[in-house]
Design a protein around this ligand. Structure first.
Ligand code: SER
Length: 371
């Protein structure tokens, strides 16, 4: 079970630890690196994933375990071995994959979240301190009934349109409510109840684009897939219409927002779940930027009706005024800035053997977007 090179702690005193589930996924990659480099870190980093971690991710962890968030025996062992002070519960099946096996998605996404919240509450009981818990939620919790309503809605607030069309969206909404329950109301009637065992904090992320990794199983994947395909010299068939518009952000912005929210004083937080926003391109904006930057890019649009209907139910943009007010959220990039300063330089160096002959031309790409 343990992928750890070092022996896990065996003494009476348990090691203080930060637990990251889904550590091998796209977000885990960026988050583990940031947690590992944090100057004031006083706890070991423990990673959990269903697959062995790639060596470069493993290097950021003190201990790594291969296993499932639904495995009660494994979670009980972690409870006994470590004094967990913070949990980043990233493990989940994304929205497209979840529609092929909704009940399995529910087991992993809701069952797993319940198990981790229970672990957090039991940890708090055993060491007497509140456990901080981060839960990445999603724009998938929104379910807008039709395109006319989507266009008219503009930037949606956290309390609008919470009627998701996917199992993943239902699961994320359930996770948000469970987190709030464990934070404020857990075991309301128990005689030995402890107040606020879990300090639950959550962000509803838009589609996330990383220059380092590719998403898998999501519905916002068309954005990152289009860019990575062009950089690798592969043709790309986009599964949504050119006018499809949802919010996106870069992976560094997603990690920055996570750390900012987790570091904010609890008294400043007026909600447990926050929208964040950065840029909101349509699929054709991506295509024009990519074609401008990679002269050999081949992009066609071949909408898949099912996946299109999911994208059409997600908002064009999100109102992030609560995050700006409570914990100083501020996006780093516009779409053009994200291409210029982050995506193109990093992606091009990631595909050195790419068949793209022309150098990446960012200025031309931005010009194409203006036309
Ligand atoms: N990126 C996710 C998905 O597409 C949405 O949060 O499933």
């Amino acid at each position: 079970m343990s992928q750890s090179a070092q022996a896990a702690p065996t003494g009476r005193q348990r090691d203080a630890a930060i637990l990251v589930t889904g550590a091998g996924g796209e977000m885990g990659h960026g988050l583990l690196c940031a947690l590992h480099c944090a100057k004031d870190r006083q706890a070991a980093i423990i990673a959990l994933d269903v697959r062995e971690l790639a060596p470069e991710i493993r290097a950021h962890c003190d201990h790594a375990f291969v296993g499932d968030v639904c495995d009660h025996a494994l979670l009980a062992r972690l409870l006994a071995m470590y004094e967990i002070v913070e949990i980043y519960h990233l493990a989940a099946l994304l929205s497209t994959r979840g529609e092929f096996a909704p009940e399995t998605a529910h087991q992993v996404n809701v069952g797993g979240t319940l198990n981790l919240l229970h672990l957090a509450a039991e940890q708090a009981r055993s060491h007497g301190r509140t456990v901080k818990f981060f839960f990445p939620s999603s724009i998938a919790v929104y379910g807008i009934p039709d395109l006319a309503t989507k266009g008219a809605a503009g930037a949606v607030r956290e309390d609008q349109f919470c009627e998701p069309h996917t199992m993943y969206g239902c699961n994320k909404l359930a996770g948000e409510h469970l987190g709030r329950y464990y934070d404020q109301h857990y075991r309301k009637l128990a005689k030995d109840r402890i107040a606020n065992p879990v300090d639950f904090r959550s962000i509803r992320f838009p589609g996330i684009i990383s220059a380092e990794t590719m998403p898998s199983g999501g519905t916002s994947d068309f954005g990152p897939e289009m860019i990575h395909a062009a950089a690798a010299g592969r043709p790309y068939r986009c599964f949504v219409r050119p006018d499809s518009r949802i919010p996106f952000m870069t992976m560094p912005e997603a990690i920055d927002s996570t750390l900012r929210l987790m570091q904010a004083p609890k008294r400043a937080l007026h909600r447990s779940v926050y929208n964040v926003a950065s840029f909101s391109p349509c699929a054709d904006d991506f295509a024009r930027l990519v074609r401008g930057a990679f002269s050999t890019a081949e992009i066609e649009f071949e909408p898949d009706l099912g996946r299109q209907s999911i994208i059409d139910s997600w908002p064009e943009s999100c109102d992030d005024s609560a995050a700006r007010r409570d914990w100083n959220w501020n996006p780093t990039h516009t779409l053009e800035g994200a291409f210029r300063a982050y995506l193109l330089p990093r992606i091009s160096s990631r595909y050195p053997e790419s068949t793209v002959s022309a150098p990446v031309d960012v200025a031309r790409a931005v010009d194409m977007l203006k036309k």
